[in-house]
Design a protein around this ligand. Structure first.
Ligand code: ZN
Length: 247
């Protein structure tokens, strides 16, 4: 393949630009903020699971407390009714009076037991509510952290994207100055050779594969006309000659 030496030089500039673009794309996907956001998402999911558990426990206990309260009220109402009957003077039969008094004592004991149970439920509810509050607070803190990291990531992405858009505009201008056949060869090599399709021959060494060329290869290359597109005998990348090549 033939190409003007100036077009071959431009290929090196294009390669440099493509390497910058590749680095920017790599930076884009490997921002440390992305990994951190992934961790925070996982922590939020775990904590949200705990929040749902704690919230369910609070609702259950609230229902239990309401029930316990109703139980106490029910017995208290019955006790009040008995007390009223006792004080009304309507019951005069001593046996009935005694029965009534016994029932009041029994109801008092029952009220005591029910109130103890209610108190236990209230204590458990208070503890569960405390746990729920803690989880909710921790979740809020995590979400604040998440938003901060996301904002940092967005800023970094904005900067990278601005650089990328500059680099891509520059690349377009350079690619327009390279003949189609040379550009096609370069693109094919670049795709197959880890992003480097063209390299400078500097001091007898291919900067693509970093290998020093042997004497026979160098002699052959030095005899090629200036407009001949050379390939590295080691890595087959396009090899561009300059005054630094050592030919
Ligand atoms: Zn090479």
């Amino acid at each position: 393949m033939k190409a003007e030496p100036s077009a071959q030089q431009t290929l090196l500039d294009l390669q440099a630009k493509d390497s910058v673009i590749a680095q920017l794309n790599h930076r884009r996907v490997s921002l440390p903020e992305n990994a951190r956001i992934g961790e925070l998402d996982a922590e939020v999911a775990t904590l949200d699971g705990r929040r749902i558990e704690a919230s369910t426990r609070v609702s259950d206990l609230e229902r239990e407390q309401k029930q316990a309260d109703q139980d106490v009220e029910l017995v208290k109402t019955r006790r009040a009714r008995n007390e009223e009957r006792l004080n009304s003077g309507a019951v005069t039969n001593p046996k009935d009076l005694e029965g009534l008094q016994h029932e009041i004592v029994a109801l008092d004991r029952r009220i005591g037991t029910l109130e103890d149970a209610e108190l236990e439920v209230m204590e458990a509810l208070e503890e569960a509510q405390g746990q729920l509050d803690e989880v909710v607070k921790a979740l809020e803190e995590l979400r604040v952290q998440h938003d901060e990291v996301a904002a940092r990531r967005d800023t970094a992405l904005g900067e990278i994207d601005a650089e990328l858009s500059d680099a891509e505009a520059g690349r377009g201008a350079l690619a327009a100055r390279v003949p189609d056949d040379l550009l096609a060869l370069y693109e094919k090599l670049r795709a197959n050779q880890g992003g480097v399709g063209a390299a400078l021959l500097r001091a007898k060494r291919c900067e693509g594969c970093r290998l020093e060329l042997n004497g026979a290869d160098l002699r052959e290359l030095s005899q090629a006309p200036d407009d001949e597109v050379l390939r590295c005998p080691e890595c087959s990348r396009i090899l561009v000659r300059t005054s630094e090549s050592g030919l």
